[in-house]
Design a protein around this ligand. Structure first.
Ligand code: FES
Length: 287
């Protein structure tokens, strides 16, 4: 999603302009570079002092605090405040920065990595290209991606590799099999069908896991309750039963409600869970 500020300039354009200027400064000869960097530092110091004063005042005021929190959700404001150390970069931003560092090494093996989400301290990544499934996969993950993410992102303590193109077909027939003793097989009674009305999104805790069940035209689908963007919950996601889409309330990622495929960001996907209906009881398997 492209965030646009009031000036009509996109976040990407602003960031690109900063990157281009930084590269140009790096190419200057010694004295010129020193002058340019001093100018940058001096201007940044003014901005930092002013921003710190503004943020402190807004934090201290009950009415202004809400506005401040809304502003911090704006990508440009967030970038500005995190550049000045006034807010900490969110884990996803930090992780993306870390992956930028390790990507050249992965590419030297013909591979690549992308971050799907961060949830409960685990960074879920996808390996792409030659790294995926090749003999380098586990070595590459352990030595490069996992080490770098755990070291570089305080909120990340572990890394897991997701399949590259998850889709409902990933839920195998075996996974959907329910024998005479479902609980022994990992199935959990999640709800009654009557409680999951058509056109609703229902957050549930199932076996200790946060799950969201979507009912589109009496077709029930269960997902891990974490948006593929930043792993935030989908409790208040907007379900358009007519179009069959589910829109995350946080930053607007839009999904196919019955497959979990992200329509906003190719390759992103909600994590679908096996779901069965038996005699009016909805069973979900989370493990
Ligand atoms: S968490 Fe950002 S769009 Fe869902």
């Amino acid at each position: 999603m492209t965030a646009v500020v009031d000036t009509g300039t996109s976040f990407e354009e602003l960031a690109g302009r900063v990157d281009a200027a930084a590269r140009a400064v790096a190419d200057l000869d010694g004295p010129a570079r020193a002058v340019a960097e001093e100018l940058k530092d001096a201007v940044e110091a003014v901005h930092r002092a002013g921003l710190t004063t503004m943020v402190r005042a807004m934090k201290a005021d009950d009415a202004a605090r809400g506005v401040l929190f809304e502003l911090v959700d704006d990508p440009v404001v967030h970038l500005l405040l995190s550049l000045h150390g006034i807010v900490r970069p969110d884990p996803v931003t930090l992780a993306e920065r870390v992956l930028v560092e390790v990507r050249p090494q992965l590419r030297s093996h013909g591979g690549d990595v992308s971050l799907a989400r961060i949830s409960d301290g685990v960074a879920y990544v996808r390996l792409e290209g030659a790294c995926n499934g090749c003999s380098m996969s586990s070595v590459t993950l352990r030595n490069l991606v996992e080490e770098a993410l755990v070291a570089g992102v305080p909120a990340v303590t572990a890394v897991e590799v997701l399949p590259n193109e998850p889709s409902p077909t990933l839920i195998s027939v075996d996974a959907l099999f329910m024998g005479p003793d479902p609980e022994k097989e990992g199935w959990v009674r999640a709800s009654s069908t009557a409680a999951l009305l058509p056109g609703t999104v229902t957050p549930l805790t199932v076996g200790g896991a946060d799950v969201v069940v979507v009912n589109v035209g009496q077709q029930l689908t269960a997902y891990v309750n974490a948006c593929a963007h930043e792993g935030l919950p989908l409790d208040n996601a907007l379900l358009d039963a007519g179009n069959g889409t589910l829109t995350c309330p946080w930053h607007g990622f839009c999904y196919d409600a019955t497959s979990g495929e992200c329509l906003s960001a190719p390759g992103a996907q909600l994590e679908q869970l096996p779901l069965r209906v038996d005699a009016g009881v909805v069973w979900i398997r989370t493990g």
